[in-house]
Ligand binder design. Structure first.
Ligand SMILES: Nc1ncnc2c1ncn2[C@@H]1O[C@H](COP(=O)(O)OP(=O)(O)O)[C@@H](O)[C@H]1O
Ligand SMILES: O=P(O)(O)OC[C@H](O)CO
Length: 495
């Protein structure tokens, strides 16, 4: 009983990682699954793909070590992605609507025009945007035949992916979620810690659909013995960005992590302060332990590593993501090329779903190297915008080192530029699997196998520290060039 299984159900793949008694990752399995794009701006996942990939990877890892060696399971997940299923049969009524899906943009516009945003933001900490679950739930109830009547009769269950996996793993015995995932639905009052009846009524969401909300380290039931040969308790649940915040041990107010994968998500721990952002950041729950909620300010950027994928798969100017840094180093320092990667609009702090990407400063001398540099630098510029917003929003902001993770944090060029342009020290940890580690720690701590919060924080170790090394003049000139590029992009938004 010396291992913890972390299930990390992400946007493009599902992974299972076993951590040993010393919290070291000792075995893992990963499986990608199909993305469905039924129409422009729509993104869906087949729930069977999600479940099959989770079960296959979890079984591979558990069977490799022996199920009797596992003390507990932790689940972390892509957030906001929305599913509704039948309580009697477990059958989903529709594909999962993914967080990136923009189909509810017109509904969001109507809600904003009707003046609902101040109330929704004050209670949920979120802005009205298709990103969050609430309007996706409404869309499903309005568009799947018979769904609303069945929901009102209590026959259906809504869940984010964590809830769906808990339901499946426990053989339909538990319908629950954790506070961090509830906080992303736009139906949950993060101050009161309860589902908001007024917002549910406004969205036409019957409260009988909703899961019970528990702490992040809590009892979420035990797995059906048919799955792994023995019953394993589920003791930890957190949305993936919150799990990374925990895995990076950002437990003190003022500590911040930023994850660079497909997109970028920066979370600043604000402790007991539920900071109301004046700069269009999100207020969210970092974690809830022993009934006590710790809050965070979040900046969500939709495109980070995805811009590098576009250079590789769309433009074909590099063979592998790792080539981007080498090309950027070869770029002409005299050329000021900016890429505003608004491929799916811009997230924080602009929240403009209509703008589209743009390249500025092109000359006859511009080539692949300058464009690669612009794609990597865009990540630094966007993070600098988030940090400026955080600094302005919260008096407790301290310029603490930024703890980074995610696939793109492997790029030394990008991380050095990030340090240079933000003026912050950027710390890359020894264990890069911070998301899985975060939820493994939650489950292992609850199982009595892992240390308490302070003990866990002591185990965090940096592998590389990037120190800012750019003159103030260069920094402000580059930031001014970036701001100008963003301003032009926003003003070119589609009608
Ligand atoms: N060395 C690198 N330089 C630049 N980008 C990279 C590098 N390695 C990976 N990436 C980018 O990081 C992303 C993958 O990170 P990952 O954390 O696995 O993402 P996700 O969990 O969102 O699927 C890809 O978009 C890829 O383009
Ligand atoms: O699956 P990821 O790692 O791209 O994370 C997705 C986020 O949770 C969306 O809010």
């Amino acid at each position: 009983m010396k291992h913890i299984l972390a299930i990390d159900q992400g946007t493009t793949s599902s992974r299972a990682i076993a951590f040993d008694a010393a919290m070291r990752p000792v075995a893992s399995a990963q499986r990608e699954f199909a993305q469905h794009f039924p129409a422009s701006g729509q993104v869906e996942h087949d729930p069977a793909d999600i479940w099959d990939s989770v079960l296959a990877t979890a079984r591979e890892v558990v069977e490799g070590i022996g199920s009797e060696q596992f003390a507990a399971i932790g689940i972390t997940n892509q957030r906001e992605t929305t599913l509704i299923w039948d309580r009697a049969t477990g059958a989903p009524i529709h594909n999962a609507i993914v967080w990136q899906d923009r189909r509810t943009a017109p509904l969001c516009a109507k809600l904003r025009e009707a003046g609902h945003e101040p109330m929704i933001t004050a209670r949920t900490g979120l802005l009205i945007d298709p990103y969050f679950s609430a309007t996706k739930v409404k869309w499903l109830l309005d568009n799947v035949e018979g769904a609303r009547a069945r929901a009102e009769a209590g026959e259906l269950a809504f869940g984010t992916i964590d809830s769906f996996l808990i339901w499946k793993l426990t053989g339909g015995r538990v319908h629950a979620t954790d506070a961090t995932n509830a906080a992303r639905t736009m139906l949950y009052d993060i101050g009161k810690g309860q589902w908001d009846a007024d917002i549910c009524a406004l969205m036409g969401v019957p409260m009988a659909l909703l899961p019970e909300v528990r702490d992040c380290a809590d009892d979420f039931g035990s797995t059906d013995p048919a799955l792994f040969g023995s019953e394993l308790p589920i003791y930890g649940v957190a949305g993936d960005q919150q799990a990374a915040t925990i895995g990076q041990a950002c437990f003190q107010p003022g500590m911040m992590k930023s994850t660079y994968g497909t997109g970028c998500f920066a979370l600043l721990n604000t402790g007991d302060d539920m900071v109301a952002s004046k700069n269009r950041l999100l207020t969210t729950i970092a974690y809830r332990l022993d009934g006590r909620t710790t809050y965070a300010l979040e900046g969500s950027i939709f495109i980070a590593g995805a811009a590098v994928q576009w250079l590789r798969d769309g433009l074909g100017i590099l063979n592998e993501a790792q080539d981007a840094g080498r090309m950027a180093r070869r770029a002409d320092p005299q050329q000021e090329v900016y890429l505003v990667p608004a491929f799916t609009g811009l997230g924080a702090p602009h929240w403009d779903s209509e703008s589209r990407g743009a390249l500025y400063g092109l000359t006859r001398g511009t080539g692949p190297n300058e464009i690669a540099r612009a794609a990597l630098e865009a990540v630094g510029f966007q993070t600098a915008d988030l940090i400026a917003a955080m600094r302005a929003d919260w008096p407790g902001y301290t310029d603490a080192p930024l703890r980074v993770d995610g696939g793109m944090s492997a790029s030394g060029y990008t991380m050095q530029f990030l340090a240079d342009i933000t003026g912050l020290q950027v710390d890359r940890p020894a264990v890069l699997e911070t998301t899985a580690l975060g939820v493994a720690w939650l489950a292992g701590m609850r199982a009595g196998l892992y240390p308490d919060q302070a003990g866990f924080a002591e185990t965090w170790a940096a592998d590389t520290r990037f120190r800012p090394n750019m003159g103030a003049h260069d920094q402000s000139a580059k930031l001014a060039g970036w701001s100008d590029a963003v301003r032009r992009t926003l003003s070119q938004r589609r009608a």
